[in-house]
Design a protein around this ligand. Structure first.
Ligand SMILES: Cc1cc2nc3c(=O)[nH]c(=O)nc-3n(C[C@H](O)[C@H](O)[C@H](O)COP(=O)(O)O)c2cc1C
Length: 278
């Protein structure tokens, strides 16, 4: 009898041990699915986010930081400057969606201080985006997509970051058509890819070029500089120009930027600048 009790208790102990050592269940693999994850303070990025979700069928979630930035422009600037001075990143407010379940993230943000707004820094700190395909999109006053995408690539070396889509807030009404082209050209949605011609070689600006530049940039709230060189290419119903512009950079040092302008063939339609690349 004693022997039987001993055998049984050994068996129970072994089973318990086996149970303890059983491998933890594998985490569920990310199913092929996409999520539009965006921050927007004043609503422009939100418009683009909704277009992307509608055109791709992706789920959508707006994220924020735990203590939201004040809607007031000056208060937001002051808080950002304080955070930059102290090197702090705000805390992310909890998300409702489980980001781990998605393999593609359309990441949307406004450009603040030349790059992605700090809530994105909070997201990168609080959420694991390793191994995912990131499709950045942004809105801006004048530009910043290139720098923000470069900064995303540096911050997420183990993710695949596409080049992304950006639009000035002032022309967000053009985003619907542009987002459609962007999604097709990036191979995300099916459709006929349009390949654009190269810009012509840059040459000194003529009076006519300066008139186009002024018509496109003249009413921007800040001086954008003096155009000195220009290249162009035909886009079918419009001509796109890339102006090399001399202006004052940081600490009044002479700087050079590129300003992209689209001038419709219909002379009754005003040319507009689409982005500044600093
Ligand atoms: C604090 C702050 C900083 C900004 N910095 C820039 C900037 O460096 N470059 C730029 O082109 N636009 C800048 N903007 C303009 C925003 O990028 C632009 O208004 C954007 O469309 C806002 O997006 P939202 O409406 O989704 O919030 C800034 C706006 C704010 C509030």
């Amino acid at each position: 009898m004693k022997k039987l009790v001993l055998m049984l208790s050994t068996l129970v102990a072994l089973t318990a041990c086996t149970k303890k050592q059983a491998p933890a269940p594998e985490p569920e693999p990310a199913t092929p699915g996409s999520l539009v994850l965006y921050y927007s303070q004043a609503g422009s990025t939100e418009k683009v986010a909704q277009l992307i979700a509608a055109k791709t069928g992706a789920d959508i979630e707006k994220f924020d930081v735990a203590t939201a930035y004040d809607g007031d422009f000056n208060a937001t600037i002051a808080r950002c400057q304080e955070e930059m001075k102290n090197g702090t990143v705000p805390e992310l407010a909890p998300l409702t969606k489980d980001v781990a379940k998605y393999d593609t993230i359309y990441l949307g943000y406004p450009i603040w201080f030349g790059t992605y707004a700090p809530p994105v820094a909070a997201l990168l700190k609080g959420v694991d985006l390793k191994g995912k395909v990131i499709v950045p999109f942004c809105t801006f006053g004048s530009g910043g997509i290139e720098a923000s995408v470069a900064n995303l690539k540096a911050a997420l070396p183990e993710s695949t970051i596409l080049d992304g889509y950006g639009v000035r807030a002032a022309r967000v009404d053009k985003a619907e058509a542009e987002v459609g082209c962007f999604l097709v050209c990036s191979g995300i949605v099916p459709g006929e890819k349009v390949s654009l011609p190269d810009f012509s070689e840059s040459k000194p600006v003529s009076k006519a070029d300066i008139a186009i530049f002024n018509a496109a940039c003249g009413d921007y709230q800040m001086p954008l500089g003096i155009p000195v060189l220009v290249g162009s290419r035909a886009l079918g119903d419009a001509t796109e120009y890339v102006f090399t512009v001399k202006n004052k950079g940081q600490k009044d040092k002479e700087a050079s930027t590129k300003i992209y302008v689209t001038a419709p063939n219909d002379k009754n339609v005003k040319p507009e600048f689409t982005k500044v690349v600093r």
